[in-house]
Structures are given as structure tokens and as C-alpha cells.
Design a protein around this ligand. Sequence first.
Ligand code: AGP
Length: 612
Amino acid sequence: MCGIVGYIGNSPVVETLLESLQALEYRGYDSAGVAVLNGEGVVIRKRPGKLKVLAEILRENPIDGKIGIGHTRWATHGEPTEINAHPHTDCTGSLAVVHNGIIENYAALKEMLSAKHHVFRSETDTEVIVHLIEELAKSYPIAEAFRLALKELHGSYAICLLSKQSPQRLFGARNGSPLIVGIGDQESFFASDVPAVLSHTRRIVYLNDKEVVELSSQGPHLFNLEGKKERLKISTVKWDVAAARKGGFPHFMLKEIHEQPSAIEQTLSGRLDATRGRVVFDRRLKSFLEGLSSRQRLVIIACGTAYHAALVGEYMLEEFARIPVDVDLASEFRYRGAMLDSNTTVLAITQSGETADTLAGIRMAKSQGAKVLSICNVVGSSIARESDAVFYTHAGPEIAVASTKAYTSQVTALALLTLYLASLRKRIDAQKRRSLVEGLAKLPQLVDQVLATEASIKAVSARYASCRNFYFLGRRYNYPTALEGALKLKEICPLIHAEGYAAGEMKHGPISLIRKGWPVVFIATHSPVYEKIISNIEEVRARQGDCLVVASESDTTIKRHADSLMTIPRTHEFFSPILAAIPLQLFAYYVADANGCDIDQPPNLAKSVTVE
Ligand code: AGP
């Protein structure tokens, strides 16, 4: 999704904007641009393609200045061309706007503004914003024109405005798309996300929907859409710059795969009582879960990888806490007329907390009287703020488009919730609970052991790097692991088609494709269906398919059934989706690397899908 930044201060603005935009590259983009205000007026440079193309243009034709805005665009309305790239300007070129989101009534606004002789150059929805401000600025001071323009917009936006009439101020606002303010020493920032400002400040204001900010080098002033001044809430983020950078790894994805022991440790931190062998939560979560326990239904909604975590959660919660669970893709849930009431709890799972469909899903659930809990990584994100209770995973910033540590920490969070609810509902005896709590405490160490097998996973990946079609198969708790393994591979290696299935479904269709050398990745760790999955492996081998198996390292018989092996420590099935995900993440990573893929920013994908 688009990344937006703004800067006002004493540093050279172009370098600062480019550095901030670079930190937002993970959001996915296809063009980039900046607007700077100086003695010449508002000066724009923008280009399709990666930031380095823009940086080169700026090197050839530098711009001086201390105030400006910047943008990385992920096309929604109009192709990724120079004209459609942001910033967009008004007819006179004295206003410039960058925008993330979609203006749903742009066609009507464009017609109205065209009738008033505004000339549009791009095919974007964004351009109406700047012409609308221009129109209103004929009658009002610029700050007011900005605010009144916002009131005319339908849809989602995070916007920054640069105005020649106001050389000491930048303006910003959000509604449905993320925007934060960074407060530095004699300098201030707008950005879509915290990593963009981390090298300058950790003092952050997370804006709420329908909030408007006037930013000077001394800091922000906050208003609502009616122009009433509001109180600023400044948070201090704990992330450091290193956490938001690659830390010596060639890609963020590999760094984040290796961060899983500490990410899981963070998710568990303060939530395990080893002495009493139980899970503990803070007062707010505890009281929410007491309510959840007595409500009749739990519906989990999520998208992509978070949806796979939700499926694991369904197995966990139904088996141990004996709560009826439905899992829905948020994009389907919001449109299928789901039956909800005050007896329903909706659990939203999301790394970013900004996914448009998940956000819309919780809003719909709340409007029907359901209570909303979220499992979320990004503190202060929209979904976290709009939920009745939040379980933060604290996995740290996840920059790579392909989610890894967020996934395993989401499953860890679901395991904690399951054990807590199982205990609350008296569905688990103390001994069983203690043994699973001990298992949870050992998880970071077990994940480390899986990571220690990286070299052999890399060697296995080399064997399969030239294959172009894969199946991933698993059963029970590791059916979602199969879906996740396939998603990881096709997501970061666009040359490959990979499909995940429940292994028992093979005979109902997918097996028709199996022929000599067709690679099938099986998750065949110890479980009550181990024998069944061995049969599924043999069915593939009988058709000369090539079986790559994720198995328990203590399994001495599996070698007879597998063409290639990746192993994880033997563990209770309850934890196996966390451990089994890791070899599949590394497998996807090394296959993609061997194919020269753009691993951290795969084509057509964005980290956070903030439009539906
Ligand atoms: C994961 O690798 C994907 N990039 C994607 O499926 C992601 O999990 C999905 O868009 C949901 O994002 P969220 O967790 O931020 O809501």
C-alpha cells in the first residue's frame, strides 16, 4: 500500500524524505515522488519504478528546502505512470498532496470541480483532493480549506498537504488509512508507519480517524473535523532503528525468520505462571475472556497468513477449550450476512492492525452487538484501537511482505488463549495444563533448534529450486501449516504455483495431477493421524511423485517414505504448527533466493492491504 511521509525542520528535506520513504518500501509500491517548498515555490519530482530511480533524478536535479512531503504509490486508480505518481498539485501548482487510501466519491467531485474549470492531469482519485482544497482556499484560509475539503471526502485516506501560502506548516489527516506524527528536536514528521521516523525520534502520536494535524518544526497541533482543538497523546516507542533494519541479514524475511525465538518469547512474556502451571493475563483481558467464556460462539476473522493462524486456533480452541469456533476470511465475512449478536465474540487476527477487510469486519460485528477481541502486533493500530480488548503479540516490527514471526507469534497467542479458556471452562485437568504450559515455555528453545537445521533446509531447497508446481499437504493441526507453506512459496517466488490441501482431500481431485517428479511437501509430524498421512505419502509415491516431508527428528521410519526430509524436534501436536512452519518458511526463502526473486517486496503484493 502507499507510503506517505512529511518533514519540517532544519535538515535537508530531500535526504530526509528519501530515507523515510526507504523505510516504508516494505509496504509495496510502483512509483515514488516528493514535493519540496523553497524560494521557487512547490517543486515536484516523481517517477514510476523504485526509489533509486527517484533518487537518481534528485541527484541530477537537486532541490533545496526544509519542508516537504513524499510518497510511494501502490496503484489503485490509474496505471503506475509519472503523471499518476504522487504528489499531485492544484491548477496553480502552489498546493501539493500525497494520499494513501481510496476516495470513493472522486468521480462526482471531479465532475463538480471540472465544471468550475479545474484542470485534471492524472487518472487518480487523489487529484480531486488537491483541487477541492484549491477551490475552498478561494474563500477560506488554507488550514480551514483543508479541513472543509476533508469533510467532503467519502472513503479512506491518510493525506499530507504542502502549501506555498503556509511555508511554516504542513497539514495531515487520516480516516481509515494509517498516519502517525513523529516529534523530534526542532523537527517534525508525518509517516504511514513508525520505521520511517525511527532514526530521528521515538516520540510518536498515533492519529485517530477524522483527526487533522497542523505540523510545524515545534510539533503538532491536533483538531477534529469540526476544527475543535484536541489533546495530543504522545507515545514513546521501544523499537530501535536496528530492529527496523536488516541487522546484517540479506533480507528482512530471513532476519524475521531468525527473530522467531525472541518474538515468541515476547508473546509469552508475563503470561506464563510456571509455579502454578497456568496462563495469566492482565485485568482487562481477563475480564474480557470471562465474558467470552460464557458467550455461545466465537467467530475468528482474518486474511492471508493470519487466516491460517485462525485455522490453527480453531483446532486448538475446539479440542481443548470446547468452544464452538467458526473461522472466516474477513473479506467474505463482511459481505455474507453473518449472523451475529451479543452472544458472539469476534476474534480478529492481524499483524498490521490495518487490513481493510478485517477492520470492516470488526466494525460490522460491533454494529450487530458482538464483542471484539483482537490478536494484533502493531500497537496503536486501527484494529487494536477499535477492539473491546487486545492481545498484543509484541513480535516487533515485521517489514518483509511475507509474514513469518507474526504468524508463529499469532499461533502462540492462540495457544495461550486456548489454555486460559480451557482452564476457565474447566475443560482441562491441572496436570495436562501444566504439561502444555511447560511446553509453551520451551517453545523459543525448540524454535532455535529448528533454525539450527537451516543449512540442511537450504540444501534440500536447492534440489527443488527448478520445480514450478508444488502441493503442500497436512492433516488436523498441520492442515493450516500446509496452506501457509504454499502461500509462503507462491508469495515470494512468483514463478511458482503452490497449492495447500488437507491431505485427506487428495483423492477427491488434486491427485489427478501427480506424475513423475511432481513435488509434494507433506507435514508428517507425530499426531493421531500420523499413519493416515503416511498412507497419503505412499499414494503420491505410487504415482512417482517426489515427497519432501517435514517430520519429527526422532522418527526413525519416515526415511523409508520420504524422498527428502526436513525435521523438527518431537513435540505435542498442539505446538507442531509453530515448529513445522519454520522449515517451510526457510524452504520458501531459499527456493526464492535460488530463483533470484525480490524476496522482501514481491511484485503485486503489499505488506498491509489497506484497501479492499
Ligand atoms: C502474509 O505473508 C501476507 N503478506 C498476507 O497474507 C497477510 O498475512 C495478510 O495481508 C494479513 O495481514 P495482517 O495480518 O496485517 O492483517
